[in-house]
Design a protein around this ligand. Structure first.
Ligand SMILES: [Zn+2]
Length: 297
């Protein structure tokens, strides 16, 4: 099936191995016989040479092999199969849990956007070089400079692909398994996994903060966490340890060992970090008190 996908054209039954022919009935929904109008077929006798197909004098089809001469050809010799691309797209979407409304979008004649797995676009291609000659194609589907998953034939990936291109390559034959009428995905989906692991040092463990207070996850935001400097993380840690109680600026700053008079001074240089600060820290200007409500326990 991967071979049928790679070529993208009908493949003659004669060109398939016995085991490949053996699985055809199980793939009846995916691999369809096609009326392939052939003029050259592999010689049914020697299997080596291609020969022109013509009608013999008594009306039968025959193949003109350079070695064997005219060899009779029957309908089965002319049978060809073609992969139903829509079937493959549907099964791959199911295997990767891809969200898609309205099916796949065609990027080029040999590449499709299957949809999004989590936040990661999933692209299927049968021709990596073509995809690569037009790099703008991937940028069109990329979100926030993030990763793109590209599914491609294994031998094309093995032949060499850029490793620093913001692409995770998934070899069709190696990372997916066909069983019955379903395709399953083998192995981790890497960054497309949305659940954070427990031992992940980036996961929020102190309220909205990572273990070292360097990452801030603001509520209701699907975007990446806001990354803080060491000094900023120390302010957040101090306020967290005050457990939502009001504290004077100098108490907070003493705990961080920094000399700024006010906590907010450390956040003013960066809009995102200032936003995190303002979202999480309540300031009582009049009395010069600071507290972080999310730290209350
Ligand atoms: Zn022959």
């Amino acid at each position: 099936m991967c071979r049928l996908f790679s070529t993208g054209t009908p493949v003659m039954k004669m060109r398939l191995s016995a085991s490949e022919v053996g699985v055809l009935p199980a793939l009846a929904k995916a691999v369809k016989p096609t009326s392939h109008n052939v003029s050259i077929v592999p010689c049914p006798y020697c299997g080596m040479n291609g020969g022109e197909v013509r009608r013999s004098r008594d009306g039968e089809l025959e193949c003109c092999c350079a070695e064997c001469g005219a060899v009779p050809v029957d309908a089965d010799d002319l049978a060809a199969f073609m992969l139903d691309d829509h079937w493959l797209h549907r099964k791959l979407r199911a295997a990767l849990d891809v969200q898609s409304d309205g099916g796949s979008a065609t990027l080029t004649t040999s590449a499709w956007l299957l949809g999004q797995a989590g936040n990661t676009p999933v692209v299927l291609t049968r021709d990596i070089r073509r995809l690569w000659r037009e790099p703008g194609l991937l940028d069109r589907v990329r979100t926030d400079n993030g990763l793109v998953h590209v599914i491609a034939p294994a031998h094309q990936i093995a032949a060499g692909v850029p490793t620093d291109a913001g692409v995770e390559w998934l070899a069709l034959e190696e990372r997916f398994r066909l069983r019955g009428d379903a395709i399953s995905f083998l192995g981790a989906r890497g960054t497309a996994t949305t659940a954070r692991r427990r031992n992940d040092s980036a996961a929020p463990v102190h309220g909205p903060f990572s273990a070292d207070f360097r990452l801030v996850y603001l509520d209701g935001e699907a975007s990446p966490p806001i990354r803080c400097t060491k000094a900023q993380s120390e302010v957040f840690r101090a306020l967290w340890e005050f457990a939502g109680q009001d504290r004077r600026a100098e108490d907070v700053m003493r705990r961080t060992g920094r000399s700024s008079p006010k906590p907010i001074d450390l956040f003013k240089s960066n809009k995102e970090r200032l936003r995190a600060y303002k979202t999480l820290v309540v300031t009582n200007q009049k009395e010069g008190l600071y507290r972080m409500p999310c730290a209350a326990r």
